[in-house]
Design a protein around this ligand. Structure first.
Ligand code: FAD
Length: 475
């Protein structure tokens, strides 16, 4: 121990209070385990403070402003003015409410909260450094530990986030004014969500993407619906270009991109938002002292119970290899780890992991695509329902996209869904439940769905796969 060190002990030590860590801590405490949660920054982690929640709050604001200003067809004429600092205050209020709630929930469940940065001393102890210089440290000994240290934004050379012209997603979400011109580097889900948001708030947005389409990992017909809408919103997209540098010029900046073959393009902007992905935070904890190695990409490898190679140390969330960097995945992994420590018969099951992209329109996916089902040895049958045939979609003025359901032809078991369209993030939950419960196409098709709702499109897609659809032509 160093001078000033006080050693305490706990059954379960959780490092990081994001959706992986705080959920794990609460569940461990609910299981009767003495639980300590250490956080160096803010309760709720990336998700509540700099990710899911602030981005969705801004999306709501930008949607409202855009919708109100574009409803002439319905006889509504308005020219909304967005007060960005007030929108930011409202968003911050939502964040504060939720992060305060996390702290209260932890306390109410009996979780001991410690502020500071944890580093491993060995496989049964961490040292917590409190705050800045001279603020002291303490040692906490543990039986079990759950690492939930999350991820951080990837920087690209030449684009330093310290510079006021260069934005990370976190900077963009904290903006108190709307840039006239915004260049977004990266057409992944964070880049596209923020491009759409700022385009709707009035920025001229240009997206530059190295690959040949937006939203890598999603099927091309799904990405196409979002790309076409982004074009309609005036977002200028350039593919096969990598941002290489930027410089100040006149009253703004020039972003230079490199094309294959060495040609260059230049784009004028006021800000450049770099959204090229996130990397795990596993290199700041002195993991080697606990006998844990990261893989070649810096992630921690875990087994089905989220146990690392050190049997008493678990890892969950963005820091873990092989599962998507999503808040609900982090939380589920946290629950599995906590319950496994408590001796419950649990394991992480990745069969029905939904994912959502909050672009316009939204995307919601779960389970297998048709191609993945084929690769897995199924004979897939597919049913599709376009939203333009949905009464409810037409009454909302948003009828782009479709619901697609993939099932196994022989058994009828539902294997997956790809939904692009209004409320896709909500609609996908029905199919996730169907997969989880081993439901068949018949089960979804024979369930009476409320009319008129978007959820009827899920039922119609199932009917379509069975050759029984009423409101769309059967294949
Ligand atoms: C702009 C944006 C939008 C997003 N939108 C969505 C969305 O709509 N849906 C979705 O599912 N996901 C979304 N995500 C992803 C989501 O935020 C992450 O998947 C989620 O936060 C991961 O949770 P976690 O608990 O693993 O890590 P985090 O939320 O990153 O939390 C980790 C915590 O650990 C703390 N920590 C790190 N090291 C230490 C240490 N040594 N000692 C003490 N504390 C430490 C950090 O301060 C942090 O608070 C979004 C992310 C971004 C950036």
């Amino acid at each position: 121990m160093v001078v000033g060190d006080i050693a305490t002990g706990t059954d379960v030590l959780v490092i990081g209070a994001g959706p992986g860590g705080y959920v794990a801590a609460i569940r461990a405490a609910q299981q009767g385990l003495d639980t300590t949660l250490v956080e160096r920054d803010a309760y709720g982690g990336t998700c509540l403070n700099y990710g899911c929640i602030p981005s969705k709050a801004l999306i709501t604001g930008s949607d409202l402003a855009h919708e109100a200003g574009h409803a002439e067809e319905m006889g509504i004429h308005a020219d909304p003015v967005v007060d960005m600092s007030q929108l930011r205050d409202w968003k911050d209020g939502v964040v504060d409410q939720l992060t305060g709630g996390v702290e209260k929930l932890c306390k109410a469940n009996g979780v001991n909260l410690v502020e500071g940065t944890a580093r491993f001393k060995d496989e049964n102890a961490v040292r917590i450094a409190h705050g800045g210089e001279g603020q002291g440290s303490e040692t906490i000994e543990f039986e079990h530990c759950i690492i939930a240290t999350g991820s951080r934004v990837i920087q690209i050379p030449g684009f330093e986030f310290e510079d006021e012209h260069v934005w990370s997603s976190r900077d963009a979400l904290a903006a108190d004014s709307i840039p006239d011109r915004l260049v977004v580097v990266g057409g992944g889900y964070i880049g596209m969500e923020l491009s759409t948001t700022f385009a709707k708030l009035g920025s001229d947005v240009t997206v530059v993407e190295m690959l040949d389409d937006i939203l890598p990992g999603y099927e091309s017909d799904v990405a196409r619906v979002v790309r076409q809408r982004a074009e309609d919103l005036g977002i200028d997209m350039h593919f096969g270009e990598g941002a290489s540098s930027w410089r100040e010029e006149d009253d703004g900046i020039i972003v230079t991109t490199e094309l294959e073959g060495g040609d260059e393009n230049e784009y004028r902007a006021d800000k450049v938002l770099v959204a090229v992905g996130r990397e795990p935070v596993a290199d700041t904890m002195e993991l080697e002292n606990a006998g844990i190695e990261t893989n070649e990409r810096g992630f921690i490898e875990v087994d089905d119970f989220r146990r690392t190679e050190a049997e008493n140390i678990y890892a969950v969330g963005d820091v873990v290899a092989d599962t998507p960097m999503l808040a609900h995945v982090a939380s589920k992994e946290g629950i599995v780890a906590a319950e496994h420590i408590a001796g419950e018969p649990v394991a992480f099951d990745s069969q029905a992991v939904p994912a959502a992209v909050f672009t316009d329109p939204e995307i919601g996916t779960v389970g297998m695509t048709e191609e993945e089902a084929e690769e897995a040895g199924f004979t897939p049958v597919v049913g599709q329902m376009p939203f333009r045939a949905s009464g409810r979609a037409l009454t909302t003025g948003h009828a782009n996209g479709f619901v697609r359901i993939v099932a196994d032809e022989d058994s009828g078991f539902v294997l997956g869904a790809q939904i692009v369209g209004p409320e896709a993030s909500e609609l996908v939950a029905e199919v996730a439940l169907a997969i989880e419960m081993g439901a068949t196409l018949e089960d979804i098709a024979s369930t009476i769905h409320t009319h008129p709702t978007l959820a009827e499109a899920v039922m119609e897609a199932a009917e379509n796969a069975l050759g029984q659809a009423i409101h769309t032509l059967n294949r």
